[in-house]
Design a protein around this ligand. Structure first.
Ligand SMILES: [Zn+2]
Length: 411
């Protein structure tokens, strides 16, 4: 760990590490439920120490960590595959398309990275209960990491979350409270709970270490890419914390003098859950009125980290794009059939975005483009089923097989 302070992303006020736990005290006075969080904190390290100590031949990633290694939970998170996909790239006329597959984390989503660091912080603070609201993935991630660390996870989740995600949380031994309402209701309720009953709140962006945990995916991309910065990274965006985390990775590296430029960040949202997209376009924030989308992981009316996400995209020279549910489901099939990756709808949105951007010249055909896959498709098999037809069984004879194959024109 390198020494750090927290700095408010709204007003710039600085706090010592243990002076504050969640948000900037000045900015929270302006906060009321129903709007994105104000005063989200960012860890600012002593970058001169990182610059002097970091050695590419023997990289010490703990230099970028905001919690001491001794508090880390035993579960292994991250180090997911990063590879070029020529077949999918050809479909879109892209010569240098890459994938970072974070659906291969222990609970099958990128959110394990945030939960890992928050549970490490709970170890440091000797908190035994960790509370979160989630659309599903953050909760199953927290439940998994808590299980490994012997902690209690208390989870508020919309009752209509996909069943495999609910199943995961329960199996990992979490205390699950399904809420008759939206994710935004669950978020508000979890804040009320920790304010009155205690425990460490892991809500995304509300706890600053969720951003620090998620930044590790950006650090990994840099390392796996032979210490090169890609030209652009496409990120599925709901609350705006993953994209902020990716941005933080590269701004940390730049502040430490290890890189000289940032990758352009492309914010991909579902058409109906598009609050950050509209905020980027107009500069004026408004909640998504009806964020109903098949991509449940990025379905949110009031993105908690909207302000920081917008800043991240603009600072990186990136842009945003929205995709429809039909485009997402089609892209899910295309990704699976060209790469072998079964991603959940939210992640498939980045592939749908590539199709939409084709010919727009916003992504150069020889630029290095990275698709960030944030969750596994088996987490919501029902969604995938909407787009495929199961096959009729054939008679158990060779003639039966040949008749079936001839109908499908397959040899
Ligand atoms: Zn502030």
């Amino acid at each position: 760990m390198t020494k750090f302070i927290y700095q408010c992303s709204n007003c710039g006020k600085r706090y010592q590490r243990d002076e504050v736990r969640y948000l900037c005290r000045s900015c929270t006075k302006e906060y009321r439920p129903g709007i994105p969080l104000l005063g989200v904190l960012l860890a600012q390290f002593d970058y001169s120490v990182i610059r002097n100590k970091f050695n590419k031949s023997k990289p010490d990633w703990n230099l970028f960590s905001a919690v001491e290694k001794q508090f880390f939970p035993p579960i292994s998170v991250g180090n997911t595959p990063f590879f070029q996909t020529e077949v999918l790239g050809k479909r879109f006329g892209l010569d240098n398309l890459w994938i970072k597959n974070d659906g291969l984390n222990p609970s099958a989503s990128l959110k394990d990275r945030a939960s890992f660091l928050v549970v490490a912080e709970a170890n440091r603070l000797r908190e035994n209960t960790i509370v979160t609201a989630s659309t599903g993935n953050a909760a199953s991630a927290l439940a998994a990491v808590c299980a490994s660390a012997g902690k209690r996870a208390l989870i508020f989740v919309p009752a209509n979350a996909p069943k495999p995600k609910l199943m995961q949380m329960i199996l990992y031994g979490a205390t699950v409270v399904p809420v008759r309402g939206t994710y935004d209701d669950a978020f508000r309720l979890s804040l009320e709970y920790t304010a009155k009953r205690g425990g460490l709140n892991r809500n995304t962006a509300y706890h600053p270490l969720t951003i620090e945990g998620k930044k590790t995916v950006g650090l990994e991309i840099w390392r796996q890419n032979n210490w090169h910065v890609p030209d652009a990274i496409l990120v599925p965006v709901g609350d705006g914390v993953i994209i902020s985390g990716v941005h933080k990775a590269f701004t940390d590296l730049k502040a430490a003098g290890l890189i000289s430029r940032l990758p352009r960040l492309v914010c991909v949202q579902a058409e109906k859950s598009d609050a950050i997209h509209r905020y980027l376009k107009s500069g004026i924030y408004a909640n998504a009125a009806n964020p109903d989308t098949v991509a449940d992981s990025i379905s949110v009316s009031i993105p908690s980290n909207a302000h920081m996400a917008r800043k991240a995209v603009l600072e990186s020279g990136g842009f945003s794009v929205t995709v429809s549910d039909a485009e997402i489901l089609q892209a899910q099939g295309l990704l699976a059939a060209t790469t072998g990756i079964f991603a959940e709808p939210a992640s498939s949105a980045v592939v749908a975005a590539l199709k939409k951007l084709r010919g727009s010249r916003r992504l150069g055909h020889n630029e290095q483009i990275v698709l960030l896959i944030t969750g596994h498709g088996l987490k919501d098999a029902e969604a995938a089923m909407r787009n495929i037809q199961l096959l009729e069984a054939v008679e158990p004879t060779l003639a039966g097989v040949e008749t079936a194959l001839s109908k499908r024109r397959i040899k």
